[in-house]
Design a protein around this ligand. Structure first.
Ligand code: ADP
Ligand code: ADP
Length: 227
């Protein structure tokens, strides 16, 4: 299983119950959409998949690995998160440095870091911009740069929070053709979105959330009403 969530509950310090006994599972190598309105708990859920949050109650398994104190580091390396706002993620003085940050942190040799950064920037078609500071880039370019940072770490799952926020139609097309390419190469992709059309058109598996609960889960037929 790519994801297995059992009775997961998460309460923020101020008492807000962001996740309330949710359960679902997703098979390996899928294009998954967590679909729900703002505030339904999508981001809180994502943060459990890369070990930033540990389950307070219930269990989460990612790629067969239980999420806990012992595995959180491993999960941070296996599961990459692309933030909704790339300005929160891409901010070094050059794009090269941004993408190198992850593999450098993982302790790879200089040669290996260079190899990974080059491969990642070429994969997202941003190699020519490697000397540029991110503030010179368009939103779509920054988003692709954030994706490069994750590719440079060789993550097995990529999660994107509201992937098309702020992107123009061309930026959206470029992003989704990149995501589809990465999927074909074996990566599992998970998006959080409030956009029903986007989820139905792109995903092959949908988890429908509201108020911290899972209302439905399954293939896109789930959201087709036959009446
Ligand atoms: P979504 O990603 O679907 O918009 P979130 O996971 O961000 O949903 O939020 C779920 C609920 O948790 C919302 O009620 C939100 O206001 C609340 N929440 C999110 N982050 C925090 C926080 N740091 N402290 C308190 N409540 C939070
Ligand atoms: P160029 O043709 O511009 O020299 P290179 O592929 O040789 O291109 O290098 C890419 C650029 O990326 C370098 O000029 C440098 O600015 C940056 N760079 C290369 N290696 C590193 C590194 N280890 N750390 C930080 N920046 C680097």
């Amino acid at each position: 299983m790519m994801l297995k969530v059992e009775q997961l509950t998460y309460t923020y310090r101020d008492g807000t119950k962001a996740l309330d006994r949710i359960s679902f599972s997703v098979p390996n190598h899928a294009k998954v959409a967590i679909l729900g309105p703002n505030g339904s708990g999508k981001s809180t859920l994502f943060l459990h998949f890369n070990g930033i949050f540990l389950p307070q109650e219930g269990n989460v398994e990612v790629l067969g690995i239980p999420v806990n104190k012992k595995t959180e580091k491993d999960l941070k390396r296996k599961v990459g998160l692309v933030f909704q706002d790339p300005d929160d993620q891409v901010f070094s003085s050059t794009l090269w440095e941004d993408v190198a940050f992850g593999p450098e942190n993982l302790g790879y040799s200089k040669e290996e870091v260079e190899h990974r950064v080059e491969r990642a920037l070429k994969a997202v078609d941003m190699w020519d911009y490697r000397h540029k500071p991110p503030y010179h880039l368009s939103f779509g370019q920054k988003k692709r740069a954030a994706i490069a940072g994750i590719l440079a770490m060789d993550c097995e799952i990529m999660m994107l929070d509201e992937p098309v926020a702020y992107l123009d139609p061309q930026g959206q097309d470029q992003l989704f053709s990149l995501l589809n390419e990465l999927y074909q190469q074996g990566m599992s992709i998970l998006i959080a979105t409030h956009d029903v059309n986007l989820a139905c058109e792109w995903a092959d598996y949908i988890i429908l959330m509201k108020d911290g609960r899972v209302l439905a889960q399954g293939g896109t037929e789930l959201l087709v009403r036959e009446d």
